[in-house]
Design a binder for this molecule. Structure first.
Ligand SMILES: [Zn+2]
Length: 416
């Protein structure tokens, strides 16, 4: 127990630091005096609502089965010796060293989990096509599945390699170095993401010279946000959905709009969407979110170390501790469960930050009518869930619901 005390105290300290950081940085009130009243009947026609409901009724069984099956396979591998056998078997042709066990083991376990859920993903993609949301062929879809699994397995394998190496070098204090190292990886990863990962999936080109580009750059200048270039992603190779986002920070920061948005929305609506992204840029939401994520990741490593000091759990997995690569299947399970358990908290924070960017776009453009038009277009085109179940909202909604956003715009107008 005494060996666990420093880890437990560090975890407690990190959680207090995280709570203070969240209290200070998260915009819990975005529009003082507002009392938004979402009203789906007012904002959408019965036909729009019916189409969205039918789409989600068709998609939901495959999506939830995917989640449950993925967790079940991860649990089967992590809580029996099956996963440990996979880890040792895949590294044997290369000499069976611990480094190969971690790298190839993580890869093999990720691929196994992904293979098990492929039929359900096929079903999900079929529904997207039935509703005209996907523009992919099965060839390009399969390539996406392989790329997605490869990127996620590669990043996870590198982080786990660092943790196992530290546990072998410093058996008593690995968790402290591991917390520092993974926090550093989160910051480096978020910076490099737009440069390294996004190009794996999309091509980006600067928005062509013309009136829209001039207007968007003028909007950024009026906002005091330095923007040299708005990038256009070739999202239409995959989807008909409309979107825009900011990623990276410092010299890697970029504002990206989907080519689908440019093709379908009038210039004023594109400006509204970019004004929202400028809100993220102005408040450095990506950087702040990354630092909060780094703090959270350090806490997760401490929590992981505490769980791995519980010998019945290790015995089940057939591993001796973090220094033993056979622990990888158990660690993958704990991370998957942890991610799910923490999702309502991270989504809550994300929704507040998104609401602030919405208010920013209204303050900047002073055009609630176009704000509402763009929100409706996004929701109808993307078939957004107009009345999400409270549990689905808590676990999966990174943005406020569209009826909430429309109600917020009405309140902005009333309070102006
Ligand atoms: Zn946003």
């Amino acid at each position: 127990m005494t060996r666990r005390l420093p880890t437990a105290l560090t975890l407690a300290g990190l959680l207090v630091a995280l709570a203070v950081a969240l209290a200070v940085t998260v915009p819990w009130t975005v529009l003082p005096g507002a009392d938004p009243q979402p009203d789906v009947v007012r904002d959408f026609t019965p036909a729009q609502l019916a189409r969205e409901v039918a789409f989600h009724d068709a998609l939901r069984p495959a999506a939830y089965a995917n989640l449950v099956l993925g967790l079940a396979v991860t649990a089967l591998l992590g809580l029996t010796r099956a996963g440990a056998r996979v880890v040792t078997a895949v590294a044997r042709p290369l000499g069976g060293g611990w480094g190969w066990q971690v790298l190839l083991g993580t890869l093999a376990l990720t691929v196994l989990g992904r293979l098990a859920t492929v039929p359900l993903s096929v079903r999900g993609e079929t529904v997207l096509r039935e509703y005209g949301l996907s523009t992919q062929t099965w060839g390009s879809w399969s390539l996406d599945v392989v790329k997605g699994a490869g990127v996620s397995a590669g990043l996870t394998a590198l982080a786990l390699l660092a943790l196992v190496a530290l546990a072998r070098a410093a058996p008593r204090t690995w968790w402290a170095w591991g917390a520092l190292a993974t926090a550093g990886l989160v910051v480096a990863g978020s910076f490099a993401y737009p440069l390294v990962v996004e190009p794996v999936f999309n091509d980006f080109r600067p928005l062509a010279a013309g009136e829209l580009r001039e207007d968007l750059l003028a909007l950024a200048e009026r906002d005091g946000v330095p923007v040299d270039e708005v990038l256009v992603a070739d999202a239409s190779r995959r989807t008909t959905a409309l979107n825009a986002y900011v990623s990276g920070f410092g010299s890697s920061r970029r504002i990206v709009v989907y080519d689908t948005l440019l093709a379908q929305a009038p210039a004023a609506e594109v400006e509204l969407v970019v004004a929202h992204e400028l809100g993220h840029a102005e408040r450095r939401d990506v950087l702040v979110g990354t630092l909060l994520g780094a703090l959270g990741t350090a806490a997760v490593v401490c929590g992981l170390a505490l769980l791995l000091s519980w010998s019945p759990l290790l015995r089940r997995a057939g591993a001796s501790g973090m220094a033993d690569p056979r622990v990888i299947p158990l660690v993958l399970l704990l991370l998957a469960v942890g991610g799910l358990v923490l999702a309502p908290a991270t989504n809550l924070v994300s929704r507040r930050v998104e609401a602030r960017a919405d208010v920013h776009s209204l303050d900047l453009t002073r055009d609630p009518a176009t704000f509402s038009a763009s929100q409706r277009r996004l929701a109808v085109t993307n078939l957004s869930d107009l009345e999400p179940h409270p549990l689905a909202y808590a676990f999966f909604a990174t943005h406020p619901g569209v009826t909430e956003r429309l109600a917020l715009a009405r309140e902005w107008e009333r309070l102006r």
